[in-house]
Design a protein around this ligand. Structure first.
Ligand SMILES: *Cc1c(COP(=O)(O)O)cnc(C)c1O
Length: 400
């Protein structure tokens, strides 16, 4: 069994000098941000080769966040579904309840080495905001989190958690008052204080070097999996795509390992209410990156819907766009209803309450597993725990 957190990024593909993964990614930002992003990319490129940085990160991941996370064989779920051998990568057991802290610890240590004193972040459901506020308390940094006013109302518990941890939460009133507006506002705020502040983006999205950096910090997931068990297939849910990129990247150079990303199918493609950026989107620019994007014929970003706030984003990381077009990773979607059923199934079979985001990956296993019974072992990234979703599930099931 694995006793130590692997130090350093796995030997992974690097973006080209323009920050592109194949045809996607890059840096489409106002001129005022170009220099800050260039400095960040250069600083990160240096740190990437600095063993002491990765040792410092590995030590925190192990003593503070609880890594390595276990790989658990879900035998009762497998029997119930009548599918292939299934193992759950327990990212839900991380401190603060999801994989988000992997990225926050990495970026906060980076910010400290750059001499920054203030951290800015955006958040949708509040999971990334809580993880950011947590590492800021740990490292004694000032923390300001931008959050759509609508999300501030819907996610009151996480707002209180962030404030308890010492963060300032700024409600954003523009646009649809949700995640994409909070991201715009955080980028704008960063322009005003690039000297003292670092912006911690929460997924493998945004301008170069974020998709690269965040993927590297999350790749500890796949690195650990590879040492725990060599899978025939890895499955993960895809919002912006950070837990999936972290789980997949280690296996991308090994074509015998199949990789499946599961997007939020919401109420179904016919209704237009979903978040399947790769399933139904077209290339476009969002938050500084060229990637698959849900948009109308004029290029206006579409309104999206998912039962899980963490998947409710109209874009996707550029590296996923590149994996999708090359065919290295398959992307599928499941509906809100399928995710809800899978949520309840895991609770009952295994005594684990999954996040609604992770329930999308579980739902794909439940639907497709029976067609591949002899194909195991499969590993599924259980990206987070579902305590935050209990009230919403009870409401949707008419039990609250
Ligand atoms: C935020 C979140 C996601 C979606 O983000 P990715 O960047 O796609 O990983 C998935 N699961 C959980 C538990 C989350 O908190």
């Amino acid at each position: 069994m694995l006793s130590q957190v692997p130090a350093g990024p796995a030997p992974l593909q690097e973006p080209d000098v323009r920050g592109r993964f194949g045809d996607f990614g890059g840096r489409f930002v106002p001129e005022t941000l170009v220099q800050a992003l260039q400095e960040l990319a250069e600083a990160y490129a240096k740190l990437r080769d600095d063993a002491s940085f990765w040792q410092e990160l590995a030590a925190l991941m192990s003593s503070y966040s609880g890594r390595p996370t276990p790989l658990y064989r879900a035998q009762r779920l497998q029997q119930k579904v009548d599918g292939p051998e299934l193992w759950l990568k327990r990212e839900d057991l991380n401190h603060t309840g999801s994989h988000k802290i992997n990225n926050c610890l990495g970026q906060a240590l980076l910010a400290r080495r750059l001499g920054k004193t203030t951290i800015l972040a955006e958040t949708g459901a509040g999971q990334h905001g809580v993880a950011t506020a947590t590492v800021c308390a740990l490292l004694d940094m000032k923390c300001r989190v931008y959050m759509g006013a609508e999300d501030v109302r819907r996610q009151a518990l996480n707002v209180s958690r962030m404030r308890l941890l010492g963060a300032e939460v700024v409600p954003v009133e523009s646009g649809s008052r949700t995640l994409k507006d909070a991201t715009n506002e955080a980028l704008r705020a960063w322009v005003g204080q690039v000297d003292e502040a670092h912006y911690i983006l929460g997924s493998v999205v945004g301008p170069h070097p974020y998709p690269w950096m965040v993927r590297d910090f999350q790749s500890v997931i796949g690195h650990e999996i590879a040492e725990q068990l060599w899978p025939r297939r890895v499955i993960a849910c895809v919002g912006g795509g950070s837990n999936a990129a972290g789980a997949f990247a280690r296996f991308v150079p090994h074509p015998e390992v199949k990789l499946v990303g599961v997007e939020a199918g919401g109420h179904g493609f016919a209704t237009g209410q979903h978040c399947a950026s790769l399933g139904r989107g077209k290339p476009g620019v969002l938050h500084g990156s060229l990637t698959y994007l849900l948009q109308d014929d004029f290029g206006q970003v579409s309104d999206t819907h998912s039962i899980s706030a963490g998947l409710d984003y109209p874009g996707v990381g550029p590296e996923h766009s590149s994996w999708a077009t090359s065919g290295r990773v398959e992307y599928h979607s499941v509906s809100d209803e399928e995710a809800l059923d899978a949520f309840e199934l895991l609770c009952r079979c295994e005594g684990i309450v999954p996040a609604l985001e992770s329930s999308h990956a579980l739902a794909w296993y439940a639907r497709e597993g029976p067609k591949h019974k002899q194909d195991g072992p499969w590993v599924l990234c259980l990206s987070g725990r579902g305590d935050k979703d209990v009230q919403e599930v009870l409401r949707l099931r008419g039990l609250a």
